[in-house]
Design a protein around this ligand. Sequence first.
Ligand code: DUC
Ligand code: ZN
Ligand code: ZN
Length: 458
Amino acid sequence: MKYDLIIKNGTIVTATNSYKADLAVKDEKIVAISEKIEEDAKKIVDAEGKLVLPGAIDSHTHLAMPFGGTVSSDTYESGTRGGACGGVTTVFDYPVQRKGTSIMELINEKKSILEKEACIDYASHVCITDLNNGEIIDEMETAVKEGITSFKVFMVYKKEGMMTDDATFVKLLKRAKEIGGLINVHAENPDLIDLKVEEFLKEGKTSAWYHYLSRPEFVEAEADKRAVHWAKNLQAPLMIVHMADKEGLNAAIDAKLDGATIFLETCPQYLEFTSDVYKREDGRNFVCSPPMKGKESQDAIWQAVQNGMIDTIATDHCPFQSYEKDWGKDDFTKIPNGLAGIENLYPYMLDAANSGKITFERAVELCSTNPARIYGCTQKGELAVGKDADIVIYDKDKEFTVTIDKMHTKCDHTVWEGKTFKGYPVQTYLRGNLIYDNEEFVGKPGMGKFVKREPQKY
Ligand code: DUC
Ligand code: ZN
Ligand code: ZN
């Protein structure tokens, strides 16, 4: 047999165009794309009437992460299984450095879990909480050589011991630039949040609505602007993750237009929901940080998704079970922060394409091609000869309504409950291997491989 797999008669979508063609796979790679491929293969799939897309890259998840007095409820296995069923073929995790410890040890510890559990390919951005007397500055270079080229800093979570102060942030930005790495930042101002929280609790204002009011638009905007300021003045590349407010977005866009190397990520929850969700009886289930903002911010973020200013869409997948969210029924500060989303990312953005809000090419660019390019996944993000055969077959006409019973992650509830998507992935291939078939997971834990990334000249 010449090939392992041929996908025939589909419409191939890239970040720049769409065209009808057949695609052949051998030894996990795409080896041919042409109008007609007549040779034999072990498996031939007819994709007539369907779109053939590169697998999505969810470049922002927190799997099995100790947080909010518990651990996020998806393991590496269940989170990546969910991803596979939503067309995600590469996941990025955010392991958090314990203060005073080595990041290489953390990377190796996580790798040994992921190689057993991951159902899709995986990479990590390492969250740095402490420079460890400068040791981490050296370790960053080792990490980059090992293929871990991005790092995260939190401008928040001061009391939780995860915050990076400005001096450390600046050192990390400069170091990442030297070694072809990238710093990702969670931008919110911790002191304003702590001040507001204290005031609200004193006044007995404890519902989920006060989660939003303790970290409203200007709290994120201040930190966004500070982050933009450092990146611009140090001429260092920076990714601002989960961008959710208009004022910060505009500052970042201005800096980008001025030549700063700033990348922007947002998440489906900020595109779908506004802060009004925190007024709901089940508002705690929507509690994540940064919180959803008002309509003005939502409209601005959508506009930036449409006009090319947002670079990537990822989920910030960090689910907690209902009983854990219930800890904060009468005190919003006890609600673990985070939502499930990995299985809904590609369906959501492709639904936006199917309904004409963006093009399918743009959905592919945001969810696959851009994250691959920005984070140095040279084998991913595109259906092209020589790339990994990470492929999603998408039926534009299949209607799918999200209910928790149909999800493949471990969490017992979802903010996406009841959402109907026009169009849905019907098959996912990981390096040519079928891992999802018509609402069923057909892969195996351990199939995922480490994605060794290349340093970039940003
Ligand atoms: N925000 C969340 O909502 N969850 C995980 C971490 C974060 O920053
Ligand atoms: Zn974050
Ligand atoms: Zn996050």
